[in-house]
Ligand binder design. Sequence first.
Ligand code: NAD
Ligand code: UDP
Ligand code: UDP
Length: 376
Amino acid sequence: MSDSYRSGGNTNGKGTGRVPANILRRRMRVVVTGGAGFVGSHLVDKLIARGDDVIVIDNFFTGRRENVMHHFGNPRFELIRHDVVEPILLEVDQIYHLACPASPVHYKYNPVKTIKTNVMGTLNMLGLAKRINAKFLLTSTSEVYGDPLEHPQKETYWGHVNPIGVRSCYDEGKRTAETLSMDYHRGAGVEVRIARIFNTYGPRMCLDDGRVVSNFVAQAIRKQPLTVYGDGKQTRSFQYVSDLVDGLVALMEGEHIGPFNLGNPGEFTMLELAQVRQSFMLFADPLCLNHSLPAMSELPIIFLTLMQVVKETIDSSATIEFKPNTADDPHKRKPDISKAMELLNWEPKVSLREGLPRMVTDFRNRILNEDEGKGK
Ligand code: NAD
Ligand code: UDP
Ligand code: UDP
């Protein structure tokens, strides 16, 4: 089903009769479930660019044809509207299994469908991998750690998850998906890989998916206040999508099953911390609509930096509005990525300051199109 080719369009060796061993690789047929979504579409771009044949399976619940439209007409690209909850027959070398809504707003919308997608969808893709002897990569999540009691989280931590909460359809669903992957590996010899992805952002995120980065960017562009949920003291780390995609490919191509944390721990120096806090003291008045200055200065550095970059990039007069938090919101989350650094030779490269401006143009264009569609 596959033939040989030189990756990356590299012409080294031409005329010399020699091709360096490291640029010879098999041309792959790859399935990306959820490939019309945010992360999936960036992964598809990378696989197509390196010369693979890519089949996207998507039911378009949160994905969009626009995310992959630039590949239409390419004979190496195929898009199939299909729900992974139903079986499917295909012949491929690798399966990247991403199909599942990722934003809390989307996965809570129809929780039973979310758990069916995670359990039955993953079962079907593992059954497919078993039948055709394909390599299988599961995109699991940092949510398997629940509201963690260990910080930062290592892969050895078993988590602290509410099995009956409103997030359980997603986090327990992904935990079951990890279990299924390991059982197909141990029981049927399927070559599996497990990535535990931490909060990721970038172009092509859904405009209104309710996640904090997409919300802040869309709100600043629409001249609305940035909404901070709860007391805003919860922490997260934010990874740029190209770093994640590099990590997923390194994991699939490597020898280790995982699980591997893929996220950006986003360390800040004390100087950066002082500078960002200082600038918020200066901006304090327009920002603090409902809260006092000390509360503002106590917000975690990651939230402050996010707001600071949004202000610098989009709207310097952006204000903040505090809103009630959602149930079971994890208090803190930050990956320990030493395992991925050591075994996959991977680490994130793009900082929030570099990454965030890259999604602004995409968001601006889509918001503009939306407004024009509404006759604004
Ligand atoms: P997304 O919602 O943009 O993409 C998910 C894609 O899966 C969409 O195209 C959607 O239409 C498709 N899909 C959903 N249910 C399906 C079904 N039953 N059958 C076929 N297709 C289906 O989300 P994303 O941010 O691109 O996330 C991709 C994967 O990464 C998900 O598995 C998610 O759990 C995981 N993940 C993402 C993040 C993040 O911060 N983005 C964090 C942790 C884990
Ligand atoms: N499956 C699939 N495509 C395939 C092979 C299997 O969708 O090419 C589905 C199959 O329908 C089943 C699931 O994967 O629901 C698990 O398959 P497996 O063969 O492991 O289990 P069994 O069919 O024996 O229950
Ligand atoms: N959050 C926020 N304002 C928003 C959206 C989210 O303060 O407009 C908070 C949310 O309560 C959570 C954090 O930001 O503590 C990250 O939320 P997100 O939905 O982006 O990802 P999660 O980590 O919950 O999957």
